[in-house]
Write a protein that binds this ligand. Structure first.
Ligand code: SAM
Length: 220
């Protein structure tokens, strides 16, 4: 059921000795809470996924429940501390796993070969969202979809925006480069997809800088 041999080495992902394992543990522990918080949007944008799905930065497998049982997840996950829990989660969900230790910027997948790419809470962490979005468009077949749930910058002048600014350095340090100050709606709209459908919404977690979100579907 599971083919989990890493097939390529990351070229630039810096795996920190302490924060790499910390983040793997954090997302394992916080998984159920994040699932409850994000479930309504995930149920909408990850509905009716095809049998083979590419996920950028799947972490420990938060989105496996949305894949069809018996389907295949092509996982691009450069933090190898996530791999063991991801394998176990794929096994539990009956999803075949093709695990690549690659970065989303360089998936190594052929042009126009994929029916769906998904992400949750990843475009905040990559170095250049535009580069990742270009790679996603490259691998999607015409008409295929990129579905996402991401946290984004709050409106200018708001208290949440001020908190995002004030906490940006420690936040990025703890969460391996995660930025709370990205206008990812604009990045996705500018990425050249045929259509883009985005909902902005707010969650009510104790992690104030994290609370402003987008969810949506972009069609290649
Ligand atoms: C905040 S975690 C989210 C994990 C999971 N998607 C979730 O919703 O729980 C961010 C994930 O993105 C991964 N990541 C960071 N940079 C990446 C890159 N350039 N390409 C692919 N994944 C990346 C991290 O290793 C981590 O697993």
């Amino acid at each position: 059921m599971i083919d989990a041999t890493p097939t390529s080495a990351p070229t630039a992902f810096e795996l920190h000795r302490g924060r790499g394992p910390f983040n793997a543990a954090f997302f394992r522990v916080m998984g159920p809470y994040l699932q409850r918080t994000l479930r309504p949007r995930k149920q909408r944008v990850f509905a009716d996924l095809p049998a083979r799905v590419v996920e950028i930065g799947p972490g420990v497998g938060a989105n496996l429940p949305y894949l069809p049982p018996g389907g295949t997840l092509v996982a691009l996950e450069p933090n190898r501390h996530m791999h063991s829990p991801l394998r176990s989660a794929a096994h539990r969900h009956g999803v075949r796993l093709e695990l690549h230790e690659s970065m989303a910027e360089r998936s190594g997948l052929p042009d126009h070969s994929v029916d769906a790419v998904i992400s949750s809470l990843v475009l905040c962490s990559v170095d250049e969202p535009a580069e990742v979005l270009a790679e996603i468009r490259r691998i999607l077949r015409p008409g295929a979809t990129f579905r996402f749930v991401e946290h984004v910058e709050a409106g200018h002048g708001t208290f949440t925006r001020a908190a995002q600014r004030a906490l940006r350095r420690p936040w990025a340090w703890v969460f391996e480069g995660c930025s709370c100050e990205r206008d990812l709606e604009q990045s996705i709209r500018a990425a050249g997809f045929e259509t883009v459908d985005i909902e902005r919404y707010r969650v009510h977690s104790p992690f104030l800088p994290f609370n402003t979100h987008i969810a949506g579907i972009a069609r290649a």
